[in-house]
Design a protein around this ligand. Structure first.
Ligand code: FES
Length: 361
């Protein structure tokens, strides 16, 4: 190609500079991304536990559930895999398991989601411009960023702490470029937008009125299971002591538009085996965990093998819906994916600082 005049030369130079800038910004971490990438899952776990007193009650459990739904170690293992698609097949991952595909929507069950555009802007701006000091503390940073957004939009800091932690973890998993490119959409029906945290907490805790002689109903009592607090149609009825997934099966509406893993006429909770064998039916318990049966030895063992939660709590915030029986109204969150990765991740973590580059499954 021969350049004819100075304006052509300037255009080509500008294009070249633009391409160099794009390539550099794509391939190089900012100092803040380097700082974030030094934070491992153990650090995050400590930080979230330490932050809990600063998170409003409406988002305390939701924040912990979100961090279980999108585990950092699994995201890193996939990023570092020689063949991520093959690893996903090996781990039987189904559905939307990557945060890059749901940067704006993965956290729509947090109350703080309604402040996402403001939080995202502040976090993106900070991550683009700040060179963190060597002694920067992740917990302090989350509180400071949440505080600065709270001041700007005049809401309590505690309503922004959980969603700010979520924003930073999302940024760590997807990278600054993808984070900035997400449009920053709020996925809440305007009707629900104005609900106060107190109204939501009250509704979450409420059991169905069983009538004046409800105590005589015994096992005939019926409870409401809410599976999306931002959608008034996202509820089904459960007969006292039924498992969540069994009750969901009687909801014959088409839920495939919500989640393609749902089978027609099988209800809103994706299921396969109904016997704690496949891991498809895991759910987060936003409200009413105390109204569920205790984890059985089978559920406890399998949920750890799937990799969803590692706890011996009798009523944890993550359950298998085909195993958990309900004795009252509950509010659940259905994750957009499932898999079997507990054993793999334990081996991957043991090897991550060693010389072995791949982990066999
Ligand atoms: S449906 Fe398979 S574990 Fe619950």
């Amino acid at each position: 190609m021969t350049l004819q005049n100075p304006s052509e030369i300037i255009s080509v130079l500008c294009l070249l500079l633009f391409k160099i800038e794009v390539v550099m910004s794509t391939n190089h971490e900012t100092p803040f991304e380097t700082f974030l990438n030094q934070q491992d899952s153990e650090t995050w776990s400590r930080v979230i536990t330490a932050l809990l007193p600063s998170i409003h009650d409406v988002d305390k459990t939701a924040t912990q559930i979100w961090f279980k739904f999108f585990p950092l170690d699994l995201a890193r293992a996939l990023q570092q895999a020689e063949d991520p698609a093959q690893l996903a097949r090996d781990l039987l991952l189904q559905g939307k398991y990557q945060l890059k595909d749901q940067i704006d929507s993965s956290h729509r069950f947090l109350y703080g989601h309604r402040f996402w555009p403001e939080v995202k802007n502040v976090v993106a701006g900070y991550a683009s411009s700040i060179k963190p000091s060597t002694d920067l503390d992740l917990k302090v940073l989350i509180c400071e960023l949440a505080g600065s957004v709270a001041k700007k939009i005049k809401v309590e800091d505690s309503l922004l702490t959980g969603i700010t932690a979520v924003a930073l973890m999302t940024l760590q998993q997807v990278g600054l470029n993808a984070f900035k490119l997400a449009p920053g959409i709020i996925y809440i029906n305007p009707k629900f937008f104005k609900k106060s945290p107190e109204q939501i907490l009250k509704a979450r805790a409420r059991d169905d009125w069983q009538g004046l002689f409800g105590f005589l109903k015994g096992i005939k009592k019926e409870w409401t299971v809410t599976f999306d607090e931002n959608d008034e149609t996202a509820k089904f009825k459960l007969i006292h002591t039924q498992e969540l997934a069994t009750a969901a099966m009687y909801d014959k509406r088409d839920h495939t538009w919500r989640d393609p893993r749902c089978m027609k006429e099988e209800g809103p909770i994706p299921v396969q085996c109904r016997s704690a064998a496949c891991g498809t039916c895991w759910v987060g318990i936003l409200g009413g965990a105390e109204k569920l049966s205790e984890v059985s030895p089978l559920e406890g063992r399998r949920i750890k093998e799937f990799g969803y939660i590692d706890t011996n709590e009798p009523k944890p915030l993550i359950r298998l819906a085909c195993m958990a029986q309900a004795f009252g109204a509950v509010s659940i969150v259905i994750p957009p994916w499932n898999g079997v990765f507990g054993k793999f991740l334990r081996a991957w973590k043991m090897n991550r600082n060693g010389s072995q580059k791949t982990v066999t499954f």
